[in-house]
Ligand binder design. Structure first.
Ligand code: NOJ
Length: 656
């Protein structure tokens, strides 16, 4: 056996950290002064020895001649209550070891590696205190590796592409990851273990992407800044948590909430934050009926806004998004966005009057800021733009960063670079001060910071329904729960029931559109179609959309495989009612659902919206079967999902 210790004439040291239930073991080793970690699940190795450390500009690398000065161990047990979301309570139980490290020779630089091992995850981060000789550093590269078997399956989307995170997922093998991919990166090892590599608490640092190193080891590739470096940091500094979620099955992975446990509790009072369901002056633009820009078919007019407010009242929906209300949409808005004004409305839109009318009808306006990625232009107006909305009683804003790059400090930067991350954070913090909630499109990916900043109610950050009409296959929504949604909720813009629209034809069945409200969680959930579609054609289906909650007590994944299908049950945060949703890829399938999670002795009225036997996402998308029956916890249901189909069930608690 190759002996590092002999080669360098130094001793190796090993340190084990076990999860509370002992199923996961993480090993930190110093091999001839270099740091490596590895990990095991039930004695099967899931991560081979993987290097840790940094390259620092103008300095020698922080990887050699290291020694552990001191170790500190801690056991932590806690139940966290989340203000809103998919689960009310989550566990924060882990064993922690902090390794205080120093270089033996040269500069004697010091840093800490903090490991936390949970029953279903491994997390670690670097903490760099101020050094005797310097107070700031520029990181040239973070060397953290995730040395998984090269024959591991990976479900990936590419990084550094013009459409940011908005790509279709592809199944590949780790040995093919020559180009960078985004996280969460979901993996299936040759021994059948499911892993997802991601990060938690991303602040003031470039976002992780992953790719094979020259030595063919999966390694971090931190999103660079335009100057070619990864991050400029002031000391003390801590990296985001590097997070490896571990599960025995694909569906077990979907309820891994460690990312939130690794974020801090909110500071201050966020009791004013409320999740929201809303309609919007929105899909009419996508199907070409209205335009964002002023003109004959302008969507955001005072008249249309009032009509939509009236419709929201009739439909029992609490919010209305208004896009295209401000100056900047004329001509090619992607090109012209550099001049967008966030406090000046178009001549045919009277913001004061719309705000007054909305308030009178108890409807929340969801404001809109499309920055087109021109962050410099947006930041100049930020405070004023938020004040403008706040003064008019607007508590929600959807922001957007369309465009392949951002313009920050006069330079083209990646959305997921350190300066991009800083900008998004600035908006979240300023919005919190003004009691405004955000739904960020073209965002930085989720890393659980909504635990600390509950006003960050949702984000996009993946291909959403606006890609329908050709660029979405039925498998996409079957990938999301196992990949993108491990990073938190998503505004998928569900509930588009005008499936056969000639401009935007949906690759889904009717009941599948209802299923999305359960399978794709969002703290701001859009009922995305035009209100007349709901009122004139699908009143019964809309009852489900109206009733399904935007915050849940418990989530129980019932069945599924990555990219093939997904079935989940969620209990309402405020009642004993349950909701079940399921989606299938291009293949039809029968699902058997055991209702043993319902309250014992309880009687529930099940309202079932399912695909008819002859339904098909292309040939027969509207074929739906609606059925009501009474069930209890010893019952089960057999449900058919058509090709590209799905189902939705509301289980209304009646009595016990
Ligand atoms: C892209 C967003 O995802 C979409 O929802 C929005 O309507 C457009 N940008 C315009 O802001």
């Amino acid at each position: 056996m190759f002996k590092w210790a002999n080669l360098f004439g130094k001793k190796n040291t090993e340190n084990d950290i076990y999860s509370p239930d002992k199923s996961i073991r993480c090993v930190l080793e110093l091999r001839a002064g270099q740091l490596f970690y590895s990990a095991y699940k039930n004695d099967k190795r899931i991560i081979k020895p993987s290097r840790l450390g940094f390259l620092i500009c103008g300095e020698t690398p922080l990887i050699n001649d290291l020694k552990i000065i001191r170790e500190q161990k801690k056991k932590h047990e806690e139940t966290i209550e989340l203000q809103w979301g998919e689960d009310r309570y989550i566990n924060n139980n882990y064993n922690e070891t902090s390794f205080y490290l120093s270089e033996e020779k040269e500069q004697k630089r010091i840093f800490t590696l903090r490991f936390r091992v949970f029953n279903n995850a491994i997390a670690f981060r670097y903490e760099i205190p101020p050094q005797p000789k310097f107070r700031q550093i520029t990181i040239k590269d973070e060397l953290t590796e995730f040395n998984v078997d090269l024959n591991t399956i990976a479900w990936k989307i590419p990084a550094y592409q013009p459409d940011r995170y908005e790509y279709n997922y592809e199944k590949t093998m780790v040995h093919q990851l020559k180009k960078s991919v985004h996280t969460p990166l979901t993996l299936k090892t040759p021994t059948g273990q499911y892993l997802a590599i991601h990060e938690a608490a991303l602040y003031d640092y470039g976002s992780i992407t992953l790719k094979l190193s020259q030595n063919n080891i999966l390694k971090t590739d931190i999103t660079p800044l335009s100057d070619g470096t990864k991050a400029h940091v002031l000391l003390p500094f801590q990296t985001p948590w590097r997070l490896i979620m571990v599960a025995d099955s694909a569906i077990e992975l979907t309820t891994n909430r460690t990312m939130y446990a690794l974020n801090e509790a909110p500071i201050g009072d966020f009791s004013w934050v409320k999740t929201l369901k809303f309609i919007g002056i929105w899909w009419a633009m996508f199907v070409g009926e209205w335009t964002w820009a002023p003109g004959e078919r302008h969507g955001a007019t005072t008249e249309h806004a009032k009509e939509y407010i009236d419709a929201a009242v009739r439909l029992g929906i609490s919010g209305l998004l208004i896009e295209g209300w401000n100056e900047g949409w004329e001509g090619d808005w992607l090109e012209n966005g550099i001049n967008n004004k966030f406090t000046v409305s178009t001549p045919d839109f009277d913001m004061d009057e719309v705000a007054r009318y909305a308030k009178m009808h108890n409807i929340e306006i969801v404001g809109h800021h499309e920055t087109v990625g021109f962050v410099d232009n947006y930041e100049k107006q930020l405070e004023e733009a938020y004040n403008y909305y706040a003064a008019r009683g607007v508590h929600y804003i959807k922001t957007g960063y369309a465009g392949s790059m951002m313009m920050i400090n006069g330079r083209r930067e990646f959305h997921h670079s350190q300066v991009g991350v800083r900008h998004y954070q600035k908006t979240v913090e300023l919005a919190a001060k003004k009691h405004i909630c955000l739904d960020i499109h073209e965002p930085i990916k989720g890393t659980g910071i909504e635990r600390t900043w509950p006003n960050l109610l949702s984000r996009e950050g993946a291909r959403g329904q606006e890609y329908e009409g050709g660029a979405l296959s039925p498998s996409h929504a079957c990938f999301l729960p196992y990949t993108r949604l491990l990073a938190g909720g998503m505004d998928y813009t569900s509930g588009i029931l005008d499936l056969a629209n000639s401009v935007k034809r949906m690759a889904t069945t009717l009941s599948r559109q209802l299923a999305y409200f359960v399978t794709i969680y969002s703290g701001m959930q859009m009922a995305a179609d035009r209100p007349f579609i709901y009122e004139q054609r699908f009143q019964e289906e809309f009852n489900f959309i109206r009733d399904v909650p935007t915050s849940f007590n418990t989530t129980i994944p019932l069945a599924g495989e990555v990219g093939e299908y997904y079935v989940v049950a969620r209990q309402d945060r405020n009642s004993k009612d349950w909701y079940i949703g399921g989606v299938s890829d291009e293949n039809g399938r029968n699902i058997h659902i055991n209702l043993d999670f319902l309250e014992q002795g309880g009687v529930y009225e099940a309202m079932i919206y399912a695909d008819a036997e002859n339904a098909h996402y292309r040939e027969n998308p509207f074929a739906i079967v609606k059925q009501t029956k009474h069930v209890g916890n010893s019952d089960s249901l057999n449900i058919f999902m058509a090709p590209g189909g799905g189902f939705a069930i509301k289980l209304k608690y009646k009595q016990n």
